[in-house]
Design a protein around this ligand. Structure first.
Ligand SMILES: C[S@@+](CC[C@H](N)C(=O)[O-])C[C@H]1O[C@@H](n2cnc3c(N)ncnc32)[C@H](O)[C@@H]1O
Length: 210
């Protein structure tokens, strides 16, 4: 998702207390950024930030880090945070392909919400549940590995089920219609709201690995 450029993006990003400017400097010591030992949950490809911002508001005892690769998108999240004072939220502008440069054995949970599906087989390696990404996640998780995924795209969902299972993840709470399931306290993303409004079913899974 690329958006039209907003005027003054660089300065908005530069001034934001939420955006961590040289994230690789915190590798292995993100708990110092938050000044506590609380769990760290990250969202890769957070888009405009609705999900991670509301998760941070609702769960003050968990630290959240939202990752997004485009300036024009991350700046939308920054704008939403203008009047907020959330001590348990940071945002990082980076390509998740470099995620091992930024985290080392310190992440407790990864959220993948409406990730780009990369439908062509030749682009399968770009899917965030491809084995190449799962290899990287091995190095950033602290202990038990937990991934929560939501997607409208059934092909990405099937691919993820296969890829995660082959990698040794145990899948739980699989839903093919999240909004008509008994899952409670769902926080919606921007994409999710759009899909819900036009009646598209949302898939969700939880993946666990020791
Ligand atoms: C389809 S959008 C979904 C955004 C949001 N999660 C939502 O549900 O509304 C996918 C987002 O992931 C970002 N993204 C895709 N690949 C990425 C990568 N390798 N690293 C960081 N962000 C990525 C895109 O820029 C885009 O904003």
């Amino acid at each position: 998702m690329r958006l039209r450029n907003i005027k003054g993006v660089d300065s908005i990003i530069e001034k934001s207390k939420y955006i961590v400017k040289s994230p690789e400097k915190n590798k292995g010591k993100w708990k110092e950024v938050f000044s506590n030992e609380n769990e760290i949950h990250i969202e890769i490809g957070m888009g405009k930030g609705n999900f991670i911002i509301n998760m941070a508001k609702n769960n003050p005892n968990i630290n959240f880090i939202g990752i997004e690769m485009y300036d024009s998108v991350i700046v939308r999240a920054v704008q939403k945070l203008e009047n907020e004072d959330l001590l348990n939220l940071k945002l990082v502008k980076m390509d998740a392909r470099l995620i091992e440069d930024v985290f080392d054995k310190e992440v407790d949970l990864i959220y993948l919400n409406f990730s780009d599906p990369w439908p062509k087989n030749r682009n399968a390696k770009r899917r965030l549940t491809h084995k190449n990404f799962l290899d990287k996640y091995e190095n950033i998780f602290k202990g038990k590995k937990i991934i929560f995924q939501k997607t409208d795209n059934i092909h990405l969902f099937e691919f993820s089920i296969e890829s995660l299972s082959e990698y040794g993840y145990k899948l739980k709470n699989i839903s093919l219609d999240l909004h008509n399931s008994d899952f409670s306290n769902n926080i919606m993303t921007e994409y999710e709201e759009k899909f819900k409004n036009i009646g598209v079913r949302i898939n969700r899974l939880e993946a666990y690995k020791d």
